[in-house]
Design a protein around this ligand. Structure first.
Ligand code: SF4
Length: 320
């Protein structure tokens, strides 16, 4: 059976210009030659700093943003070749949970209407059946059916995110793109929402693309992890391989900030040089070279390709 999702050489280029660039037009490669696959029931974590292209990758997969190049296969079908009606039908099985539950819920709709909306759009059941399904979905995400009568402003951040998850589950998807699903929440409720996502994975056999800037959270949630830097995947592999044997210097930087459970084991914090480069002035060669503590001449001129460094484990670095 093919993987549930296969992404190959995915690209998104944005053209910018105007007065602030003195009329010049520049191309930003927000996502550049990104490839990966996710097996059914698997969680792939996608991690990197803000602006690295991870959220754009998630939106490209759902075709909320149109790719500039590459291919996306979902359930064995080429998503970019589907006719609009077939794409519309396929989208039922691919859903997204957004970062900001304050912005993603319509403030003028009651919770019941928000959760029932996908069912109504796809013509599933009559009013009574949808109300029954809403009550069931609220129970599934740990909320009482009475929440259906409330408005989003009456809810806490954690409750709103549970509503966002219930709406994403309404059409019984197989893939959920979870885009920073806990980063807008208080630390005290983050673990509850992460645990809920893991329970739902087991209960419904869900597959997740789990996107976060926080490697600690990604390691907790994922079977495999892909690390992005300035639009590219620089390392990808099984969670334990990345945690115990990170190869790419950028992964090592992220890992050095992850708390270690055993207080006798201290990881030395690695602070990279300088700031992330502007996408308008992408560094030549390896994009991490201006910040890398191990940079050497070749890094400045030659872009490293992903190479196998272990079983199912690849890194893009000239050191290997
Ligand atoms: Fe550092 Fe060179 Fe590896 Fe890039 S290719 S991460 S600059 S050592």
């Amino acid at each position: 059976m093919p993987p549930l999702l296969e992404v190959h050489a995915l690209e998104k280029r944005f053209t910018v210009g105007g007065a602030w660039l003195r009329g010049r037009r520049r191309v930003i490669r927000a996502v550049d030659d990104v490839s990966f696959a996710i097996e059914r029931g698997e969680v792939l974590g996608l991690v990197g700093e803000s602006g690295c292209g991870k959220s754009t990758t998630g939106r490209l997969i759902l075709r909320l943003v149109e790719p500039s190049a590459g291919s996306i296969r979902f359930e064995g079908r080429d998503l970019l070749a589907l006719s609009p009606p077939k794409l519309w039908a396929t989208r039922q099985r691919m859903q997204i949970v957004f970062q900001d539950p304050f912005a993603s819920l319509n403030p003028r709709m009651r919770v019941g209407g928000i959760v029932a909306e996908p069912l109504a759009i796809y013509g599933r059941g009559d009013g009574a059946e949808r109300r029954r399904q809403v009550a069931e979905l609220l129970e599934v995400v740990g909320l009482d059916a009475a929440f259906a009568e409330r408005y989003p402003h009456e809810l806490s951040g954690g409750q709103r995110q549970r509503i966002g998850i219930a709406a994403a589950l309404a059409l019984r998807p197989s893939l959920i793109v979870a885009d920073e699903p806990v980063s807008a929440l208080d630390v005290s409720v983050q673990a509850q929402v992460l645990n809920l996502l893991m329970e739902l994975r087991e209960r419904f056999g869900l597959t997740y693309l789990f996107i976060s800037h926080d490697l600690h959270v990604v390691l907790h949630m994922s079977d495999r992890v892909a690390v992005m830097y300035l639009g590219e995947i620089v390392e990808i592999g099984p969670r334990d391989a990345l945690y115990g044997d990170a190869h790419h210097p950028y992964t090592q930087v992220l890992l050095s900030a992850v708390p270690v459970a055993d207080p006798t084991l201290r990881r030395e914090r690695i602070v990279p040089k300088g700031e992330v480069a502007s996408p308008l002035a992408m560094p030549s060669g390896c994009r991490f070279h201006p910040r890398c503590p191990f940079v050497f001449d070749r890094c400045r001129v030659e872009r490293p390709a992903l190479r196998t460094v272990g079983e199912g484990h690849e890194a893009a670095c000239h050191l290997y």
